[in-house]
Design a protein around this ligand. Structure first.
Ligand SMILES: C[S@@+](CC[C@H](N)C(=O)[O-])C[C@H]1O[C@@H](n2cnc3c(N)ncnc32)[C@H](O)[C@@H]1O
Length: 375
């Protein structure tokens, strides 16, 4: 089957690398945060339970081009053989993300696709399937990107995969966990290398690193929609779970988070505890402009100066932080910011070479993920 993964725009290559290295699956990059992989039921289940850099896993039912009107959407959805995957004994909802200019809204697409689903079951099985917008068993996605419509069955649910389920303290600028995992992958960090995040906030980056090192799957913390949608044989689901359980280890990693404010330090500790990695993640109060610790790699998400901090303060902060990193001989820094020019010049100024600086659309923010190595 064709499995559709969605991630942030700019992280398609990272996700391809992830599915290749960790799932032995070959994928193909599509536009705007989409990746298609070819796999079987086990692969789809495994991707949901153990995928780290992407937001959704879906069974791709059809990709339709030249979609211009709501009628086109109706026909495209009505033509899919939905009965192969679920029946009218389930409740359903349609969801749509829309990119580009259209004379209709996402809500219009959802209503139109919903009608096509109802008509499909009425015409093919003589039964009325019930919609349930709040708590459906099945979510059919009809995502429109320009004139391309992706029709797919969502395996994840309303809460995307960055909602890992372990976060008990919500930092006001918490990093998306799928982005944190993407940063770890792009940094070339591995569990044998000491990691530091000197702007740790609620601890997302060190926690994601420890969970990855220990191969902890997400069913430890949350449920997913496919478990009740009935797409897969429960025996196969159970086998995948057992296999993933068997891969969990108790490895100790050198992972440290430094944070300036006590409130966030306590929050990060609570998060690490909830994730079950407090025995290996160190969170301490400190200053990114004055730290004296060594790490093989820094992976960090500093303030951008858009919401809370003043931009001038942030510029100075980047200069002082990179200076500390160079003085402590930290070989590699992977960071993300919407002020990438400032970060790049600060890094160069203290002797780092910019190896990569790539665009990532983080929510509505235009950011760059930068990897730099000390010359
Ligand atoms: C964008 S947030 C990081 C969020 C974090 N990645 C998370 O997922 O929760 C930046 C953090 O840097 C902290 N910070 C700002 N200046 C600092 C400094 N000089 N030293 C250490 N931390 C600092 C802020 O308090 C804030 O928690």
């Amino acid at each position: 089957m064709k499995i559709l993964l969605t991630t942030m725009v700019g992280l398609e290559e990272t996700t391809l690398k992830h599915v290749g290295e960790h799932f032995s699956l070959r994928g193909e990059k599509l536009r705007n945060g989409r990746v298609i992989v070819q796999g079987d039921e086990q692969d789809a289940i495994r991707l949901v339970y153990a995928g780290r850099t992407f937001e959704r896993v879906m069974i791709l039912l059809d990709v339709v081009e030249n979609v211009k009107t709501l009628d086109d959407i109706y026909r495209a959805v009505r033509d899919v053989d939905l009965g192969e995957h679920f029946g009218p004994d389930k409740t359903f909802a349609c969801r749509s993300d829309r990119m580009g200019e259209h004379p209709f809204t996402s809500l219009d697409i959802e209503r139109t696709a919903g009608q096509a689903v109802v008509d499909y079951f009425m015409e093919t099985q003589g039964k009325r399937i019930r919609a349930n917008l709040k708590n459906p068993d099945v979510i059919l996605r009809a995502d429109l990107d320009g004139e391309t419509l992706y029709i797919a069955l969502d395996l994840v649910g309303y809460e995307a995969m960055h909602r890992r389920g372990y976060r008990v303290y919500d930092h006001p600028a918490a990093l998306n966990a799928a982005l944190a995992a993407s940063m770890l992958l792009e940094s070339r960090w591995n569990p044998n290398r000491a990691l530091m995040d000197p702007f740790a906030g609620g601890g997302t980056i060190p926690i994601e690193a420890a969970l990855w090192a220990r191969n902890v799957p997400w069913f430890r913390f949350r449920t997913f929609l496919f478990e009740r949608a009935g797409f897969f044989d429960p025996q196969i689901v159970q086998e995948v779970r057992e296999d993933l359980e068997a891969q969990i280890n108790e490895r100790q990693v050198k992972t440290i988070g430094i944070e300036k404010y006590a409130k966030h330090v306590h929050g990060a500790i609570k998060n690490a505890e909830s994730a079950g990695v407090l025995d290996t993640v160190v969170i301490k109060q400190g200053d990114a402009e004055a730290f004296k610790d060594y790490a093989d790699v820094i992976v960090t998400n500093p303030p951008y100066g858009n919401r809370i901090a003043n931009p001038r303060v942030v510029h100075k902060l980047y200069i002082n932080f990179t200076k500390r990193a160079a003085e402590n001989s930290i070989p590699t820094i992977l960071t993300i910011t919407s002020r990438w020019k400032w970060m790049e010049s600060a890094l160069r100024g203290v002797g780092y070479r910019i190896e990569k600086s790539k665009f990532v659309l983080y929510g509505k923010l235009h950011t760059h993920m930068i990897r730099a190595t000390l010359e």
